[in-house]
Design a protein around this ligand. Structure first.
Ligand code: HGY
Ligand code: MN
Ligand code: MN
Length: 407
């Protein structure tokens, strides 16, 4: 069976490991995560790899009998957003397994080991943090994240232990950089560029940085009918004014993106004035200083608005991931793979962050994007063609061969 068709079939089947019928919802440390790991373990075994899970909950398939060799790492994340697509993350795991399968009978001839990694939590949807697996391997994992709780009050540490991972051991998983050649991640583009270029795959030049803040607006609730408008301290009015300015100011900055994606209102009833709003601000830029400057600007604006309207506004940073430049040598190997598959090597940046963003603290990284229909992602109608995924498998296998030739 053609690798592109096999990838499509495998992704269709693992998409059923989802909390929701509409789109894919597969959060880390969940029953759906456990089901998915069982399926991914079959993909890894089919590729000839030995399968184990590390203490950070990363499922690892490694070439057998290669204990002493430095490793080339491939892979991506198993988790999704809520009602997301069936390709974001998991496609990179599926394509890596299919590329490695092509070397199944000649692992010994490779001068390096290969590991395929299926990371547990890249999206940071269940807990206000992310990239646990890559940060554990890079030695940058902050144990404070294990105390972070989800909407039901379950801490990440408890969720991990319930899954069979071990947070206390996860902080000791740092790999020796001398034993890692690099990390290559294939990922659906999540944007419209490759479709516009009419190309099946593209080479990522760099990955934007990401900062996340929790903004809490606090006012005073009261009866919607008896409290006069004058003198109200309506938290949602205060939040709405700030959200409008966040959008306007981000739009004035070139290549900068700001999104208020999650808003929780209390008491959230039709006939009571909102007393508090908790909302997230997600900012993206390839310039790390620009994100810090934007956050400071919004903090200044918020304190001015708070004084005018009598609401309280508190802004706290909950997450930050530096921008990353992809490694030239690793990218050249990918370029060789793409041209070997018969396509021109087209370079493009990534506006989304990825596991590679954190792996860059361990080793050189490179990424291969796969064309995304209408540029749509983080939505149920996310889609990639069989033939484009087949080209991506060809390109990944070509990159592995190019690196093996270099020795
Ligand atoms: O948010 C992102 O850029 C990624 O999809 N987690
Ligand atoms: Mn992703
Ligand atoms: Mn995503």
């Amino acid at each position: 069976m053609d690798d592109g068709v096999c990838a499509q079939e495998r992704l269709a089947s693992i998409a059923a490991a989802s909390e929701t019928k509409e789109g894919v919802t597969r959060l880390p440390w969940s029953a759906e995560h456990r089901t998915a790991f069982g399926i991914i373990a079959e993909w890894m075994t089919d590729a000839g790899l030995q399968v184990a899970m590390d203490a950070a909950g990363t499922l690892i398939g490694r070439t057998p009998g290669t204990g002493e060799r430095p490793a080339l790492l491939l892979g991506s994340h198993q988790d999704s957003v809520r009602s997301g697509g069936r390709y974001d993350g998991i496609m990179g795991v599926a394509l890596a397994c299919l590329a490695v399968r092509r070397f199944r009978n000649r692992f010994d001839a490779l001068p390096f080991a290969i590991e395929v990694l299926a990371f547990a939590d890249e999206e940071g949807v269940r807990f206000p943090t992310a990239l646990i697996g890559p940060r554990a391997l890079a030695g940058t994992l902050d144990p404070a994240v294990f105390a972070m709780a989800d909407r039901d009050g379950v801490t990440m540490g408890d969720a991990m232990r319930g899954f069979g991972a071990d947070p206390s051991a996860a902080v000791h998983l740092a790999r020796d950089p001398a034993r890692v050649i690099g990390y290559i991640e294939a990922h659906i583009e999540q944007g419209p560029v490759l479709e516009r270029e009419d190309l099946p795959v593209g080479i990522v030049t760099g990955i934007c940085g990401i900062s996340r803040h929790m903004i809490e607006v606090s006012g005073e609730t009261g009866h919607a009918g008896t409290v006069p408008m004058a003198g109200r301290r309506d938290a949602l009015i205060g939040a709405a004014r700030l959200i409008g300015e966040i959008g306007a100011r981000a739009s004035r900055r070139n290549g900068f993106r700001a999104t208020v994606g999650q808003v929780d209102v209390a008491p959230n009833v039709v006939n009571a004035i909102p007393s508090t709003v908790r909302m997230t601000m997600d900012t993206r830029s390839v310039d790390d200083a620009a994100r810090a400057d934007f956050a400071a600007d919004i903090a200044r604006l918020a304190s001015g608005q708070a004084a005018d309207t009598g609401v309280g506004i508190d802004i706290a940073q909950t997450y930050d991931q530096k921008a990353v430049t992809c490694d030239p040598a690793l990218t050249d190997a990918l370029r060789a793979g793409v041209t070997g598959a018969g396509f021109r090597a087209f370079d493009l940046p990534s506006g989304a962050t990825h596991d590679a963003s954190a792996m860059a603290d361990l080793c050189p990284v490179a990424m291969l994007f796969v064309r995304c229909r209408d540029g749509v992602s983080h939505r149920p109608d996310e889609y990639a063609e069989d033939r484009d995924m087949g080209v991506a498998v060809e390109a990944l296998a070509g990159a592995i061969a190019a690196m093996a030739e270099r020795g």
